[in-house]
Design a protein around this ligand. Structure first.
Ligand code: GLP
Length: 242
């Protein structure tokens, strides 16, 4: 696990964006695994800037997102599909047909999970997976559990995740209680993983994930077993790592 120490959110965003940009430059037709949440917004802004400057093209890049709320339509303002369009896809030269998220409106849960795993398989897996970190150690929407889940599955969100994500909804009652997420097995199969973390509120869980026991109670702890993980954190997030 390589740890890159950034000063603050802006610096973290620039450095993480640099790693993603290098991946795109070295392999223009790469498959990126993408994340939502507050953490990657600055990373996407930086990538958009480099695209506008004429230094980065997404024309051959394909993407798979980690997760999607169950029950939200793609044009719902809180859906992760909408998030990705707003924060990245609509501002770069990516072919949106090559960008994938689970279908929050799918009627058959099991069929949707199988379909999404099929999409990832057909792309021959993920070259670089960007991850954020939930306060309880979740990655994607893989919540603390008794066992690591391999493939795409539908999860019941924990109270703390619903609480944390309610800041983006008008009312807490509006936060969906279920979501589709890529499995831990799929995340671990990505050739490279980039974990972006910012803020003091993530320091303790980041320390547990990087140095604590490997356990499905802290889903991100499994990253210790991946051969190519880069953690980009700001000073506050890394403050408990010594
Ligand atoms: C959300 C997302 C995750 C994200 C995490 C942290 O629930 N499903 O993919 O990494 O929470 O979000 P944030 O970056 O806003 O702290």
């Amino acid at each position: 696990m390589q740890i890159i120490r950034a000063r603050d959110y802006k610096d973290m965003s620039r450095r993480a964006a640099g790693i993603l940009a290098a991946q795109i430059i070295l392999k223009p037709d790469c498959v990126l695994g993408l994340a939502t949440g507050s953490t990657p917004i600055g990373i996407y802004e930086q990538l958009i800037q480099w695209h506008k400057d004429g230094d980065l093209s997404f024309s051959k890049v394909r993407t798979v997102n980690l997760d999607e709320y169950k029950g939200l339509a793609p044009d719902h303002e809180q859906s992760y599909r909408y998030f990705m369009d707003e924060h990245l896809f609509s501002h770069v030269d990516i072919d949106k047909k090559g960008t994938h998220t689970p279908d929050g409106l799918a009627e058959d849960e099991a069929a949707e999970c199988a379909r999404y795993d099929g999409v990832i398989r057909q792309m021959n897996g993920v070259d670089m997976q960007l991850l954020g970190l939930g306060h309880n150690g979740h990655i994607g929407f893989n919540e603390p559990a008794e066992a690591f889940q391999k493939g795409t599955h539908c999860v019941a969100l924990t109270e703390s995740t619903i609480q944390a994500n309610s800041r983006l909804f008008e009312r807490i009652e509006d936060v969906p209680h279920h979501a589709y997420t890529m499995g831990i097995g799929t995340i671990m199969k990505a050739k490279k993983i980039l974990l972006a973390v910012s803020g003091r509120d993530k320091a303790k869980i980041l320390q547990e994930a990087c140095l604590g026991p490997i356990t499905p109670r802290v889903p991100a702890s499994i990253l210790q077993l991946h051969p190519d993980v880069t953690v980009v954190g700001d000073a506050e997030a890394l403050s408990s790592l010594g």
